[in-house]
Design a protein around this ligand. Structure first.
Ligand code: AMP
Length: 188
């Protein structure tokens, strides 16, 4: 059973690597960013509420995210394992996840932090913005997202280190090299 929390700054390659691993392990890749972007594209109530925060590079309020995660982790396909990408994003969400997993009789077995230096992150996100046209991959919003990461998400490194769950992987290598390291850590 693989239940993996993938941490790391925006642009670290979490989404790309999570997709590959989810495919290898045949488990769902659960990305709150993807769920929110879909909701935004479909113009749902959630999408409308989340849009302004996402466009500014800020975190969407916890109350919009927590129900969504509860519902997603309760679905049948998530009982075989999962990879979380982009959640938790702050200490409140991490504490909520601990409680939720207890309720669902689940636990995570790995937390992996993908480490990439800031200058590389900016380069990658600007490249992605040009290629995929992601609305929040512009210079100004990238700066804001990195600041939000440092203030709100980076404390999770300490949160999970204290629980002795955290492993670090150097994300500043080729896609294949990073995948190979992750596969070694995630036996499925
Ligand atoms: P991502 O694709 O994970 O970089 O997420 C894109 C944007 O979606 C973020 O900048 C946030 O505005 C929002 N978002 C994604 N996941 C979360 C989360 N767990 N909590 C709050 N906001 C989130």
């Amino acid at each position: 059973m693989t239940r993996l929390i993938l941490l790391g700054p925006p642009g670290a390659g979490k989404g790309t690597q999570a997709k590959i691993l989810a495919d290898v392990c045949q488990i769902p890749h659960i990305s709150t960013g993807d769920i929110l972007r879909n909701a935004k594209a479909q113009g749902t109530e959630l999408g409308k509420k989340a849009q302004a925060y996402m466009d500014r590079g800020e975190l969407v309020p916890d109350e919009l995210i927590l129900d969504l995660i509860r519902e997603r982790l309760s679905q049948p396909d998530a009982q075989a394992g999962w990879i979380l990408d982009g959640f938790p994003r702050n200490v409140t969400q991490a504490a909520f996840l601990d409680t939720l997993l207890q309720e669902l009789n689940q636990t995570y077995d790995r937390v992996v932090n993908l480490e990439v230096p800031d200058n590389i992150l900016v380069e990658r996100m600007l490249g992605r913005g040009r290629k995929e046209g992601r609305a929040d991959d512009t210079e100004q919003v990238i700066g804001q997202r990195l600041q939000v990461y440092r203030q709100q998400t980076a404390p999770l490194i300490d949160f999970y280190s204290k629980r002795q769950h955290l492993l670090s992987v150097d994300g500043d290598r080729s896609l294949e090299e990073v995948t190979a390291s992750l596969k070694q850590l995630v036996a499925c």
